[in-house]
Design a protein around this ligand. Structure first.
Ligand SMILES: [Mn+2]
Length: 288
Protein backbone atom coordinates (compact mmCIF):
# COMPACT_ATOMS: atom_id res chain seq x y z
CA UNK A 1 0.00 0.00 0.00
CA UNK A 2 1.16 3.52 -0.72
CA UNK A 3 1.61 5.59 2.40
CA UNK A 4 2.26 9.28 2.84
CA UNK A 5 2.08 11.91 5.52
CA UNK A 6 -0.42 14.73 5.51
CA UNK A 7 0.57 18.16 6.78
CA UNK A 8 -1.12 19.51 9.90
CA UNK A 9 -4.00 21.71 8.87
CA UNK A 10 -5.08 19.32 6.18
CA UNK A 11 -6.47 16.91 8.70
CA UNK A 12 -9.98 15.58 8.31
CA UNK A 13 -10.92 17.67 5.35
CA UNK A 14 -11.72 16.56 1.86
CA UNK A 15 -10.10 19.67 0.46
CA UNK A 16 -13.40 21.25 -0.52
CA UNK A 17 -15.91 23.40 1.31
CA UNK A 18 -18.57 21.35 3.08
CA UNK A 19 -21.79 21.26 1.15
CA UNK A 20 -24.71 22.95 2.88
CA UNK A 21 -26.48 19.83 4.04
CA UNK A 22 -23.25 18.44 5.44
CA UNK A 23 -22.92 21.59 7.52
CA UNK A 24 -26.52 21.25 8.67
CA UNK A 25 -25.78 17.75 9.86
CA UNK A 26 -22.68 18.97 11.70
CA UNK A 27 -24.82 21.69 13.28
CA UNK A 28 -27.24 19.09 14.58
CA UNK A 29 -24.32 17.40 16.30
CA UNK A 30 -22.84 20.66 17.62
CA UNK A 31 -26.14 22.07 18.88
CA UNK A 32 -27.44 18.97 20.62
CA UNK A 33 -28.34 19.28 24.29
CA UNK A 34 -25.45 18.11 26.50
CA UNK A 35 -25.35 14.33 26.62
CA UNK A 36 -28.46 13.97 24.50
CA UNK A 37 -29.20 12.62 21.07
CA UNK A 38 -29.60 15.21 18.33
CA UNK A 39 -33.08 13.83 17.80
CA UNK A 40 -36.07 14.76 19.89
CA UNK A 41 -36.29 12.85 23.17
CA UNK A 42 -39.28 10.85 22.01
CA UNK A 43 -37.77 9.73 18.74
CA UNK A 44 -34.35 8.99 20.20
CA UNK A 45 -35.84 6.82 22.94
CA UNK A 46 -37.91 4.94 20.41
CA UNK A 47 -35.00 4.36 18.06
CA UNK A 48 -32.64 3.19 20.77
CA UNK A 49 -35.28 0.84 22.11
CA UNK A 50 -35.66 -0.71 18.67
CA UNK A 51 -31.93 -1.18 18.39
CA UNK A 52 -31.12 -2.46 21.85
CA UNK A 53 -29.07 -5.65 21.90
CA UNK A 54 -28.59 -5.64 18.15
CA UNK A 55 -25.01 -6.63 17.74
CA UNK A 56 -23.06 -9.70 16.71
CA UNK A 57 -19.80 -11.20 17.89
CA UNK A 58 -18.32 -13.90 15.73
CA UNK A 59 -15.15 -15.74 14.95
CA UNK A 60 -13.27 -15.02 11.76
CA UNK A 61 -14.64 -18.01 9.87
CA UNK A 62 -14.66 -16.23 6.56
CA UNK A 63 -12.58 -16.00 3.40
CA UNK A 64 -12.50 -12.22 3.29
CA UNK A 65 -13.64 -9.64 5.83
CA UNK A 66 -14.44 -6.60 3.73
CA UNK A 67 -15.58 -3.27 5.16
CA UNK A 68 -17.32 -0.70 2.96
CA UNK A 69 -17.43 2.98 3.96
CA UNK A 70 -20.20 5.58 3.71
CA UNK A 71 -22.15 5.11 0.46
CA UNK A 72 -24.57 8.06 0.75
CA UNK A 73 -26.75 7.32 -2.24
CA UNK A 74 -23.84 6.72 -4.63
CA UNK A 75 -25.51 3.80 -6.36
CA UNK A 76 -23.22 3.69 -9.39
CA UNK A 77 -20.11 3.62 -7.21
CA UNK A 78 -21.52 0.75 -5.15
CA UNK A 79 -22.47 -1.21 -8.23
CA UNK A 80 -18.98 -0.98 -9.75
CA UNK A 81 -17.31 -1.66 -6.40
CA UNK A 82 -19.35 -4.82 -5.79
CA UNK A 83 -18.82 -5.93 -9.37
CA UNK A 84 -15.06 -5.71 -8.80
CA UNK A 85 -15.04 -7.36 -5.38
CA UNK A 86 -17.45 -10.09 -6.51
CA UNK A 87 -18.43 -11.23 -2.99
CA UNK A 88 -19.05 -14.95 -2.49
CA UNK A 89 -21.04 -16.79 0.20
CA UNK A 90 -17.74 -17.34 2.03
CA UNK A 91 -17.06 -13.60 2.34
CA UNK A 92 -18.24 -11.33 5.13
CA UNK A 93 -19.04 -7.81 3.94
CA UNK A 94 -19.52 -5.19 6.66
CA UNK A 95 -21.18 -1.99 5.48
CA UNK A 96 -20.42 0.76 7.98
CA UNK A 97 -23.64 2.79 7.70
CA UNK A 98 -24.84 5.97 5.97
CA UNK A 99 -26.19 4.20 2.92
CA UNK A 100 -28.72 6.95 2.28
CA UNK A 101 -28.97 10.74 1.75
CA UNK A 102 -26.95 13.36 -0.14
CA UNK A 103 -26.04 11.26 -3.19
CA UNK A 104 -28.36 10.79 -6.16
CA UNK A 105 -29.91 7.35 -5.60
CA UNK A 106 -30.72 6.20 -2.08
CA UNK A 107 -33.38 3.87 -3.44
CA UNK A 108 -30.89 2.14 -5.75
CA UNK A 109 -28.36 1.72 -2.94
CA UNK A 110 -30.87 0.06 -0.61
CA UNK A 111 -32.08 -2.20 -3.44
CA UNK A 112 -28.47 -3.29 -4.05
CA UNK A 113 -27.79 -3.99 -0.37
CA UNK A 114 -30.97 -6.06 -0.05
CA UNK A 115 -29.86 -8.05 -3.12
CA UNK A 116 -26.30 -8.37 -1.77
CA UNK A 117 -27.60 -10.34 1.20
CA UNK A 118 -28.24 -13.23 -1.18
CA UNK A 119 -24.62 -13.40 -2.33
CA UNK A 120 -22.48 -13.09 0.81
CA UNK A 121 -22.73 -12.74 4.55
CA UNK A 122 -23.75 -9.08 4.75
CA UNK A 123 -23.42 -7.30 8.08
CA UNK A 124 -25.00 -3.85 7.91
CA UNK A 125 -24.23 -1.29 10.61
CA UNK A 126 -26.62 1.55 11.38
CA UNK A 127 -25.38 5.08 10.58
CA UNK A 128 -26.64 8.37 11.93
CA UNK A 129 -28.46 9.02 8.64
CA UNK A 130 -30.39 5.76 8.97
CA UNK A 131 -31.18 6.76 12.56
CA UNK A 132 -32.62 10.01 11.21
CA UNK A 133 -34.65 8.09 8.61
CA UNK A 134 -36.16 5.79 11.22
CA UNK A 135 -36.89 8.67 13.56
CA UNK A 136 -38.50 10.70 10.75
CA UNK A 137 -41.57 8.49 11.07
CA UNK A 138 -42.12 9.89 14.57
CA UNK A 139 -43.14 13.44 13.76
CA UNK A 140 -42.66 16.68 11.87
CA UNK A 141 -39.61 17.99 13.72
CA UNK A 142 -37.68 14.77 13.24
CA UNK A 143 -38.72 14.60 9.60
CA UNK A 144 -37.37 18.15 9.27
CA UNK A 145 -34.06 17.06 10.84
CA UNK A 146 -33.74 14.28 8.30
CA UNK A 147 -34.63 16.49 5.35
CA UNK A 148 -31.98 19.03 6.42
CA UNK A 149 -29.34 16.27 6.51
CA UNK A 150 -29.88 15.02 2.98
CA UNK A 151 -33.16 13.19 3.47
CA UNK A 152 -34.59 15.44 0.75
CA UNK A 153 -32.42 13.80 -1.91
CA UNK A 154 -33.17 10.38 -0.42
CA UNK A 155 -36.91 10.91 -0.69
CA UNK A 156 -36.59 12.34 -4.20
CA UNK A 157 -35.07 9.03 -5.32
CA UNK A 158 -38.44 7.38 -4.56
CA UNK A 159 -40.46 9.68 -6.79
CA UNK A 160 -42.34 12.95 -6.62
CA UNK A 161 -43.99 14.29 -3.53
CA UNK A 162 -41.22 13.97 -0.95
CA UNK A 163 -43.31 12.03 1.56
CA UNK A 164 -42.13 9.20 3.75
CA UNK A 165 -44.95 6.99 2.45
CA UNK A 166 -43.08 6.60 -0.83
CA UNK A 167 -40.45 4.40 0.84
CA UNK A 168 -41.23 0.67 0.47
CA UNK A 169 -41.67 -1.32 3.65
CA UNK A 170 -38.81 -3.59 2.53
CA UNK A 171 -36.42 -0.63 2.73
CA UNK A 172 -37.52 0.30 6.23
CA UNK A 173 -37.17 -3.34 7.25
CA UNK A 174 -33.61 -3.39 5.94
CA UNK A 175 -32.71 -0.27 7.91
CA UNK A 176 -34.43 -1.59 11.04
CA UNK A 177 -32.36 -4.76 10.76
CA UNK A 178 -29.05 -2.86 10.84
CA UNK A 179 -26.76 -3.50 13.79
CA UNK A 180 -25.33 -1.12 16.37
CA UNK A 181 -21.88 -2.64 15.87
CA UNK A 182 -20.16 -5.87 14.85
CA UNK A 183 -17.06 -7.47 16.30
CA UNK A 184 -14.74 -10.33 15.50
CA UNK A 185 -11.79 -11.70 17.45
CA UNK A 186 -9.54 -8.98 16.00
CA UNK A 187 -11.69 -6.05 14.88
CA UNK A 188 -14.83 -4.13 15.72
CA UNK A 189 -16.94 -2.17 13.27
CA UNK A 190 -19.06 0.82 14.22
CA UNK A 191 -20.30 3.80 12.23
CA UNK A 192 -18.69 6.81 13.92
CA UNK A 193 -16.65 6.40 17.09
CA UNK A 194 -16.04 4.67 20.43
CA UNK A 195 -14.67 5.46 23.86
CA UNK A 196 -11.45 3.56 24.60
CA UNK A 197 -12.44 2.36 28.07
CA UNK A 198 -16.06 1.45 27.41
CA UNK A 199 -17.26 -2.06 26.67
CA UNK A 200 -18.73 -2.05 23.18
CA UNK A 201 -22.11 -3.23 24.39
CA UNK A 202 -22.28 -0.36 26.88
CA UNK A 203 -21.47 2.41 24.41
CA UNK A 204 -24.22 4.90 23.58
CA UNK A 205 -25.74 5.72 20.21
CA UNK A 206 -24.47 9.26 20.32
CA UNK A 207 -20.86 8.06 20.30
CA UNK A 208 -21.50 5.12 18.00
CA UNK A 209 -23.31 7.02 15.28
CA UNK A 210 -22.67 10.74 15.70
CA UNK A 211 -19.36 11.61 17.34
CA UNK A 212 -16.74 12.60 14.76
CA UNK A 213 -13.09 11.72 15.12
CA UNK A 214 -11.01 14.88 15.17
CA UNK A 215 -7.51 16.09 15.73
CA UNK A 216 -8.32 17.70 19.09
CA UNK A 217 -9.45 14.47 20.68
CA UNK A 218 -7.46 11.67 19.14
CA UNK A 219 -9.17 8.41 19.97
CA UNK A 220 -6.87 6.06 21.89
CA UNK A 221 -6.79 2.31 21.26
CA UNK A 222 -9.79 0.37 22.56
CA UNK A 223 -8.97 -1.48 25.79
CA UNK A 224 -9.89 -4.78 24.12
CA UNK A 225 -6.92 -4.44 21.79
CA UNK A 226 -9.20 -4.85 18.79
CA UNK A 227 -8.81 -2.64 15.75
CA UNK A 228 -11.66 -0.15 15.24
CA UNK A 229 -13.01 0.13 11.69
CA UNK A 230 -15.05 3.31 11.25
CA UNK A 231 -16.80 5.54 8.75
CA UNK A 232 -18.68 8.83 9.34
CA UNK A 233 -15.83 11.37 9.42
CA UNK A 234 -14.76 12.04 5.81
CA UNK A 235 -11.04 11.70 5.21
CA UNK A 236 -8.93 12.89 2.26
CA UNK A 237 -7.47 9.36 2.20
CA UNK A 238 -8.00 6.23 4.26
CA UNK A 239 -6.84 6.96 7.80
CA UNK A 240 -4.93 4.08 9.43
CA UNK A 241 -3.63 4.69 12.95
CA UNK A 242 -2.97 1.02 13.56
CA UNK A 243 -5.64 0.74 16.25
CA UNK A 244 -8.19 2.76 14.23
CA UNK A 245 -9.02 2.70 10.52
CA UNK A 246 -11.46 5.20 9.00
CA UNK A 247 -12.58 4.39 5.45
CA UNK A 248 -15.09 7.18 4.82
CA UNK A 249 -13.35 8.88 1.92
CA UNK A 250 -16.17 11.23 0.92
CA UNK A 251 -17.63 9.47 -2.12
CA UNK A 252 -20.61 11.81 -2.50
CA UNK A 253 -18.37 14.84 -2.07
CA UNK A 254 -15.81 14.28 -4.83
CA UNK A 255 -13.87 11.52 -3.07
CA UNK A 256 -14.02 7.74 -3.21
CA UNK A 257 -16.21 4.90 -2.07
CA UNK A 258 -13.74 2.67 -0.28
CA UNK A 259 -13.79 -1.04 0.47
CA UNK A 260 -11.04 -2.72 2.47
CA UNK A 261 -10.37 -6.35 3.28
CA UNK A 262 -9.20 -5.77 6.84
CA UNK A 263 -7.40 -9.12 6.95
CA UNK A 264 -5.27 -8.80 3.80
CA UNK A 265 -5.28 -4.98 3.59
CA UNK A 266 -6.52 -5.05 -0.02
CA UNK A 267 -8.31 -1.82 -0.96
CA UNK A 268 -10.83 -1.00 -3.70
CA UNK A 269 -11.90 2.56 -4.49
CA UNK A 270 -14.46 3.91 -6.98
CA UNK A 271 -15.69 7.49 -7.49
CA UNK A 272 -19.37 8.41 -7.49
CA UNK A 273 -19.54 8.15 -11.28
CA UNK A 274 -18.30 4.56 -11.14
CA UNK A 275 -14.69 5.15 -12.15
CA UNK A 276 -12.25 2.87 -10.29
CA UNK A 277 -9.18 4.57 -8.86
CA UNK A 278 -6.27 4.21 -11.23
CA UNK A 279 -3.91 2.78 -8.63
CA UNK A 280 -4.53 -0.77 -7.54
CA UNK A 281 -4.39 0.25 -3.90
CA UNK A 282 -5.58 3.51 -2.37
CA UNK A 283 -3.31 5.85 -0.49
CA UNK A 284 -3.33 5.57 3.27
CA UNK A 285 -2.54 8.11 5.95
CA UNK A 286 -0.75 6.42 8.77
CA UNK A 287 -0.76 9.17 11.39
CA UNK A 288 -2.51 12.30 12.57
MN1 LIG B 1 -22.39 9.44 9.47
Amino acid sequence: MVTFAVLPGNRFTTGVEPIAEFQDCADIWNERPPGCSPLSTFAAAEVSDQLKHKHIKENDLTDRLIAIGDIHGCCKALSVLLGTIAPTPNDTVVTLGDYIDRGPDTRGVLDQLIELRKHCRLVSILGNHEELMLAARGGESDLESWLRCGGDTALDSYGNGRTIGLIPREHFEFVESCLEYFETETHFFVHANYRPNFRLEEENGLTRRWKPIDENECTAPHYSGKIAVLGHTPQPEILDLGHLICIDTGCCDGGWLTAMDVISGQVWQVDQHGNPRSTSAGSVRVGL
